[in-house]
Design a protein around this ligand. Structure first.
Ligand code: ZN
Length: 513
């Protein structure tokens, strides 16, 4: 019997975010399950598009494999993981490894961009500690998010890393399955020579869509699956909202000789570097996006992505720049989701449907440049925030978002509604609208607090998609960010002067930590 310890500990850390990830944030269910222990790791992730589920499904087809599940948890992207959370969860994993008896390998479902209060490279630290327990020879296969900021230490300590290849992340479970294939090769004793390269520039999230150039072609260069002898390669486009030494795109490569691993990595990194100017970072001002959307004569909605206030990248999801632009621009048939304001959602539930409230909506994070939208609102619909996701990325999981309300903006000629929630959750699934009585396909303008993930579920109903530059803690104009910890000479994405000039009305959020 082959015994494999499996564990997951996911966090994407936005060092510009407003709130830290505490232990309680890992415990709670949100768009993904809450903290799972032991056998729950298998039952609680089954059927969900998660790497752990894909790994378990692949391993389950082999009767000679026994999995030893330890823990799986994630928290919504945010600022630093607290030391308390990091130490408690790392200890669970280490205790699980120590208590598992004789084992043959380990699988870890990690994000790859975790920054704790004490460690810039959370995953590297965790892997170091595991290696101290199990020694250098035990195979450890790791799956990572496409937005991983991969470090040399992670590459050195993991036997192999395998990385999502799609953004929107439709292949999370598939990547877990690939990690199982990699681990089988390691268990069979196939030699592993590794290569790792980091790009000398950052790519904003808004330019990382794998459905368009240049990412589509770059990811097209990867072998579809791990070859029979264990040769593999992957690209991480990196997570730029992290002021850390190792932020940015990278390539990992595994082969039977060092020479071959190096050649494969070099080929991919050369292509990434050649594509630098092609990463399209053009953003519209919110007012221009609303004007453009209003000029559409299609009967399909125009989607306006509030790319910088994406909670899935650690932003607060309560900036009001796009909402204000919709109202100021007199938008008709417009709706925005999901604005995080638990206080207002609770007030709306207290008033009931038809109730009217004066409120300072959103803008409560304390981040500079992000203020509330003050006005009068009517409560049009309410929900408890529990509903099954219906889009491909989150399908199989039930949302647990707490009290949620649809508010209509009053005292305006504009026809604008906003869905207000009680937990930060990226608006990447139509069910966020439909579960509370709004069919986004029937609207004229749909605002989504998401950078790219929304494209999977919303492009099929959209006339077109516009990226708007409202304030938010997920900076997509990187040349305006005051990084202090990056590697020397790392370039900050496509230079603003290469882009169509769009006057920016919103200063990018800057804050000193
Ligand atoms: Zn990601």
């Amino acid at each position: 019997m082959t015994r494999i310890v499996v564990a997951g500990f996911q966090h994407e850390t936005n060092t510009f975010g407003a709130t830290k990830a505490r232990y309680a944030d890992f415990e709670e269910a949100d768009a993904w399950p809450g903290l799972l222990r032991g056998e729950e790791v298998v039952s609680g992730t089954a059927g969900i598009n998660l790497p752990m589920a894909g790994f378990v499904a692949a391993a389950g087809s082999d009767p000679a494999v026994e999995l030893v599940p330890v823990v799986w948890c994630s928290a919504e992207p945010s600022s630093y993981v607290t030391d308390e959370a990091f130490e408690r969860i790392a200890s669970m994993i280490l205790d699980g490894v120590r208590g598992a008896g004789a084992i043959d390998g380990i699988y870890l479902d990690l994000h790859g961009a975790m920054v704790s209060e004490s460690f810039q490279d959370g995953e590297g630290e965790l892997l170091d500690r595991i290696r101290t327990v199990v020694g250098g020879g035990l195979p450890i296969a790791v799956s990572l998010d496409l937005h991983a900021n991969v470090t040399e230490r992670m590459v050195r300590q993991a036997t192999s890393l395998t990385i999502f290849r799609t953004y929107p992340h439709l292949d999370m479970a598939e990547t877990g399955g690939r990690a199982y294939t990699m681990l089988r090769h390691h268990l069979a004793g196939v030699p592993v020579f590794k290569a790792f390269r980091q790009a000398p520039f950052l790519i904003p999230l808004s330019a990382q869509y794998t459905g368009a150039s240049p990412c589509r072609e770059l990811y097209g260069m990867l072998p579809r699956s791990v070859s029979l002898d264990g040769r593999a390669a992957d690209i991480a486009t990196g997570f730029p909202a992290a002021d850390i030494f190792d932020a940015g795109p990278s390539v990992v490569s595994y082969a039977l000789t060092q020479d071959e691993a190096d050649r494969q990595a070099e080929r991919l990194m050369t292509a990434i570097e050649a594509a630098e100017a092609a990463f399209d970072s053009a953003l519209m001002s919110p007012a221009e996006a609303v004007r453009t959307a209003m000029s559409s004569s299609s009967n399909k909605p125009v989607i306006i992505a509030d790319v910088q206030d994406n909670p899935g990248a650690g932003a607060t999801s309560d900036s009001t720049g796009l909402l204000a632009a919709m109202v100021d621009g007199g938008a008709q048939g417009a709706v925005l989701a999901l604005l995080n304001d638990p206080e207002i959602a609770e007030q709306a539930h207290g008033l009931g449907i038809g109730g009217v409230l004066n409120a300072a909506l959103g803008g409560k994070s304390g981040l500079e440049g992000i203020g509330p939208f003050e006005g009068r609102f009517r409560v049009e619909a309410l929900s408890d925030g529990r509903f099954p996701f219906t889009g491909a990325m989150y399908a199989g999981n039930v949302a647990a978002l707490g009290p949620t309300a649809v508010l209509r903006v009053l005292d305006s000629d504009a026809d604008v509604r906003v869905i207000v929630g009680s937990k930060r959750c990226q608006c990447l699934d139509q069910a966020i609208f439909t579960h509370i009585g709004i069919d986004p396909a029937q609207e004229s303008i749909v605002g989504v607090k998401s950078t790219v993930h929304f494209r999977a579920d919303f492009e099929p109903i959209a006339h077109r998609v516009l990226n708007a530059e409202a304030p938010g803690a997920n900076p997509c104009r990187l040349d305006r960010v005051d990084y202090t910890r990056l590697r020397p000479s790392v370039r900050l994405g496509p230079s603003a002067n290469l882009l169509p000039t769009v006057p920016s009305r919103s200063a990018l959020t800057k804050r000193t930590y």
